[in-house]
Design a binder for this molecule. Structure first.
Ligand code: FPP
Length: 264
């Protein structure tokens, strides 16, 4: 927390926002749907795909800010299983950007203590991309300040299907009947280790877009009209302040900050 504070100018809007935050009640897991790269570029009279490199800059600052704030898990939606339908040139560019970014940013991730993980059906990615992912995951494996999950070729329904297949295999090995299946059994086989407390979606769209469908049953949702490449520290702090003003009841009557345990 100290490191974050020293980077904010006294009396600035960010200082004003930061002072409203209770460090003990920050989201433990923040998820972001980074939307609006194409519109950002078009508004500047550029080709849609020119928005993606600008989006990478916003990824870098957001990762740094979340690590400095002490948010333990950040999950970013980088490429959905539906994104393959985009023009070939755009898909190639996104994959190349990711590859370059991984090679370049490993030292930054290590400096901030960020452990990188990828979630999604990674086996469908090219061998070259998978090699780049493995490199970055291995190089950051010993970091413990923050876990950064990057969703790639990710679909929420596909994740649930994968979890159910894994559960079925496990039950077969253990001789357990599927009639004894619990929510915990499914959750144990999901790609993520925890559920997001807060989802931020940029560019004003009010959709989940097949992102973390199981995990977001009780997630608070914050939608901003800001396009992803413009998303900065002020926007992040605004979302966190708004989150802390919400009353989270998890289906009950009063929030105590802890979700009710799932029913068997
Ligand atoms: C949505 O904008 C954004 C994406 C589909 C890709 C997000 C990827 C990045 C920000 C860069 C790579 C990521 C990492 C983690 C290095 P859009 O093109 O759908 O925007 P539009 O809706 O305005 O067209």
């Amino acid at each position: 927390m100290h490191e974050f504070e020293t980077l904010i100018e006294r009396g600035s809007p960010d200082d004003f926002l930061f002072r409203q935050l209770d460090p003990a009640r920050l989201p433990r897991h923040l998820a972001i749907i980074m939307d609006g790269n194409g519109r950002w570029a078009k508004r500047r009279g550029q080709a849609r795909i020119a928005g993606h490199p600008a989006g990478v800059e916003a990824v870098r600052t957001t990762v740094e800010n979340c690590a400095r704030l002490g948010i333990p898990t950040l999950t970013l939606y980088a490429f959905s299983s539906e994104n393959w339908r985009r023009p070939r040139l755009e898909v190639t560019m996104l994959m190349r950007l990711l590859q370059e970014c991984l090679r370049r940013e490993v030292p930054l991730l290590n400096r901030h203590g960020v452990r990188l993980r990828f979630i999604g059906r990674l086996e469908a990615l090219s061998a070259e991309i998978r090699k780049a992912l493995d490199y970055a995951v291995t190089m950051t494996a010993d970091n413990h300040r923050m876990t950064l999950n990057v969703a790639l070729n990710y679909g929420g329904r596909a994740e649930i299907v994968d979890a159910l297949r894994a559960v079925a295999r496990e039950f077969k090995v253990r001789g357990r009947s599927l009639d004894t299946l619990t929510e915990e059994d499914v959750a144990r086989h999901l790609y993520t280790e925890s559920d997001p407390d807060l989802l931020i979606r940029t560019s004003g769209e009010m959709r989940l877009s097949n992102f973390l469908l199981w995990q977001m049953a009780y997630t608070e949702i914050f939608v901003t009209d800001t396009l992803w490449p413009d998303f900065n520290r002020t926007h992040l702090l605004e979302a966190l302040v708004a989150y802390q003003r919400r009353s989270r009841r998890f289906g009950g009557v009063e929030t105590v900050g802890v979700p009710v345990p799932a029913l068997a």
